[in-house]
Write a protein that binds this ligand. Structure first.
Ligand code: CP3
Length: 336
């Protein structure tokens, strides 16, 4: 590997005077080259099940921008799909499951051979690894976040239903979380075996749990973290939850901060901090963007534990030329 800045920062020892960079959802619909590939496939899963397409989509942002990490092009919903739930991505609606706990309280997941059905992810991981000179990030949704999709069969619009379900059916909820948690351990274990250099866990819906976050989400994420070989860093993206609220309840020490968090509240602790740039800011004027890049570089290039990233995924409305301008500006300084 030629460029280890990102892994060094995860290990809190990036002593080169630079700012490692990658972006949540760095591949996707804001890139015309992604839309071109996507137009050939009526079905998102059909597209990602081709390892050569997956490799191509992973490499697209690396060709455009000076990035210090790649992330395998796949989705957090691969596990429920491999367990037999049909999932479609419908324009304007996001994911739509053919079955859900709401519609079918006896929803059964089919665990037999689920890991073999995910072979396409591991094959793509190997293929990507053979072609990149930066570290590769593997990922999974958290057990709770996958449960939220299985419960609603879509992205949730109100949070009361699931919060009353977990109160009335705690045993059933924990049983499903346990199964998902074990599957995720195997899934990320296989990604690591295929070459992933670190793992990011997306707890995109942990924020809706309020005081129940530790019991229904963090506990399982901690189990997953403990199952990892100590050499493989794990980054937690706890969207909608402040890291300071749960820091004492976890051994995890790499965090992707949400947009409303403050980097400076954590950067001098023994943690790796990634985030929290608001992707909406990519709409600012070029001169403002340059000033922000300069400010970020100035503040953080001496830190051994900082990674520039966004606090929520890049959205389709963002102009990739603005992203380019910003990242090139950070890079000019990086190579000084
Ligand atoms: O470069 C990358 O980061 C690409 C890999 C990636 C995708 N999804 C591809 C994708 C990653 C890391 C994800 C994570 C993901 N998927 C999350 C966690 C991040 C977060 O924002 O909280 C979540 C909640 C999902 C679930 C999901 N997948 C949704 C809600 C959608 C629909 C719309 C959207 O883009 O958000 C997807 C589909 C999906 N996954 C697309 C992409 C590029 C768009 C599909 C299309 O082209 O139609």
């Amino acid at each position: 590997m030629k460029n280890n800045n990102f892994l060094n920062a995860l290990n809190k020892n990036n002593d080169a005077l630079n700012v490692p960079v990658w972006l949540l959802r760095q591949a996707g619909r804001y890139l015309p080259e992604y839309r071109e590939v996507r137009a050939k496939y009526p079905d998102f899963f059909e597209m990602i099940k081709s390892s050569s397409v997956c490799k191509e989509l992973t490499l697209q942002p690396l060709r455009r921008f000076p990035l210090d990490a790649a992330i395998t092009f796949t989705d957090i919903l691969t596990i429920p799909e491999a367990m037999g739930v049909e999932i479609k991505f419908i324009k304007g609606q996001g994911p739509v499951f053919a079955d859900s706990v709401i519609n079918n309280p006896k929803l059964k997941l089919n665990y037999s051979n689920y890991l073999e059905k995910l072979d396409y992810v591991f094959e793509a991981t190997e293929l990507i690894k053979s072609e990149i000179e930066v570290p590769l990030i593997g990922f999974s949704g958290s057990p709770w976040t996958l449960f939220v999709y299985l419960f609603y069969g879509r992205s949730p619009r109100n949070y009361e239903l699931i919060n009353s379900y977990i109160k009335s059916e705690p045993e059933n909820t924990h049983a499903i979380l346990e199964v998902l948690s074990n599957a995720i351990k195997e899934y990320i274990g296989a990604q690591i075996k295929s070459g992933a250099d670190c793992i990011q866990i997306f707890d995109s819906w942990g924020g809706i749990l309020g005081d129940n976050f530790n019991e229904f989400s963090l506990k399982y994420i901690n189990d997953i973290s403990k199952s990892l070989d100590g050499d493989i860093p794990l980054i937690l993206y706890a969207k909608g939850n402040k890291v300071s609220n749960f820091l004492t309840n976890t051994d995890i020490n790499c965090f992707n901060l949400d947009c409303d968090e403050d980097i400076d509240a954590y950067i001098d602790m023994s943690l790796t901090i990634q985030g929290n740039f608001d992707p909406v800011d990519f709409h600012k004027d070029n001169s403002e963007l340059i000033d922000i890049a300069d400010l970020i570089f100035e503040k953080y290039h001496t830190k051994p534990n900082y990674i520039f990233n966004v606090g929520s995924g890049i959205t389709p409305d963002i102009n990739p030329d603005k992203v380019s301008l910003f990242l090139e500006r950070l890079r000019i300084f990086n190579s000084k």
